[in-house]
Design a protein around this ligand. Structure first.
Ligand code: FEO
Length: 402
């Protein structure tokens, strides 16, 4: 049984929040033991009811039940879909199928063909909106702002002028199921933990598109908008310290990191890589660095989501790869692919490859990292069982000095 919350967040404005603790791998890949929420919003103006976004399809019945706790579903005149990813739209076709009259659906122009192909929706009441189009409802004016690539090309956000509320879908979202609805219902410790999950959400979901964050924030800035509420599609609604989530997104966009932190990631099949990495770790720690280790061994399977957060927030990386059948160990091949895709700020790397009879992995890893943000500034190529050269580690530390 899914759990959801319905709360009045302002006069005429409600949040409908589904707390999803069943999804183990968001987008089929990202481990989220902390869960995720899908936030939909309902604006009940006199004579006009507007629904903003939906939930994942699995929760369609709960979604309809949640709406019915506020209004009759046939009272909905308008549906705004900010983004077509099915975590926000999957339940909407089910809702529409239960309605006696069809609402007008406002979407980005690119979303029209997606509605048709994803859900077979081809209604003449689907209205594409241009960037900065204003929907004047008398009691409220809604401005639609295109925010391409946050997260898909068809993504937009809405500004409710009278309510001074930005409804932002993926933008300013986060993983986890917060105890409160609003930021000011959480203590500082919980906010810190939440911001960790926000960074994890950013790097995993929009890491590849992070260069689009600052232009989007700048665009919102030029519109002269002064929101008193940021209401995203995932996680907390911000009403007290809006700057906290805005700054967190800026930090992420600018690739800010902890200058004392190094992340070490490796595969070790029989302990040779692990032994070498242990010596490197000791040396780095003796030189004042905090070293976070993620390892694939015959006993350990790290979380790729956590690898990404640590790599993104580190000054540098140490990557250790076992040769495997004249190739990269498949786990590290996967890790390098994902790091190269999601990490957009330059990271110096100490690349360590370990072999029994020939080091194919060194050449293959070098090639794989060409033209990526992962910059191998030093290499150690080790025959299994031998120790890494301290001089090379020393040179690596010299190169990453600020
Ligand atoms: Fe939360 Fe890109 O969907």
């Amino acid at each position: 049984m899914a759990s959801y919350r319905v709360a009045k967040i302002m006069e005429d404005l409600y949040v409908l929040r589904l707390d999803d603790v069943q999804t183990k791998f968001f987008e089929g890949i990202w481990e989220i033991p902390e869960g995720i929420t899908y936030n939909s919003y309902l604006l009940t103006l006199p004579g006009k009811t507007i629904l903003f976004d939906g939930w994942k399809k699995d929760y369609s019945d709960d979604f309809i039940e949640a709406i019915k706790s506020i209004v009759d579903i046939d009272d909905i005149d308008i549906v705004v879909l900010h983004h077509m990813e099915p975590d926000h739209t999957g339940s909407v076709p089910v809702l529409l199928s239960k309605m006696r009259r069809q609402p007008t659906i406002y979407v980005h122009p690119m979303a029209r063909s997606m509605l048709a192909s994803f859900y077979g929706l081809k209604s003449s009441k689907i209205m594409p909106v241009k960037d900065k189009d204003v929907l004047d409802l008398g009691d409220e004016k809604i401005t639609f702002i295109h925010t391409p690539w946050l997260h898909w090309p068809e993504t937009m956000i809405s500004y409710l002028e009278k309510h001074r509320t930005l409804i932002t879908c993926d933008v300013f979202g986060s993983y986890s199921v917060p105890k409160g609805i609003f930021d000011d219902e959480l203590g500082e410790k919980d906010i810190q933990e939440y911001l960790y999950y926000a960074r994890k959400y950013m790097v995993t979901v929009i890491g590849y598109y992070r260069n689009h964050i600052v232009p989007a924030l700048n665009k919102i800035g030029t519109l002269g908008i002064k929101p008193s509420l940021i209401a995203p599609g995932h996680g907390l609604i911000w009403r007290k310290n809006l700057d906290r989530i805005i700054e967190a997104y800026k930090d992420f966009a600018e690739g800010r990191y902890d200058s004392s932190k190094i992340t070490m990631i490796y595969t070790s099949m029989y302990g040779f890589v692990e032994k070498a990495m242990g010596k490197i770790k000791d040396y780095l720690e003796d030189n004042g660095y905090k070293v976070i280790v993620h390892k694939y061994t015959d006993k350990d399977r790290p979380s790729i989501s956590e690898i990404l957060v640590d790599a993104d927030t580190s000054k540098a990386l140490v990557i250790g790869i076992s040769n495997y059948e004249a190739s990269l160990h498949p786990h590290m091949d996967h890790v390098l692919n994902i790091l190269a895709k999601k990490i957009k700020s330059l990271k110096p790397v100490l690349l360590v490859t370990v072999y029994g009879w020939g080091d194919a992995a060194k050449t293959l890893a070098k090639k794989k990292l060409e033209n990526t943000t992962l910059n191998p500034v030093e290499y150690i190529s080790l025959k299994a069982g031998t120790d890494p050269e301290i001089e090379i580690i020393k040179d690596f530390l010299e190169k990453i000095k600020e």
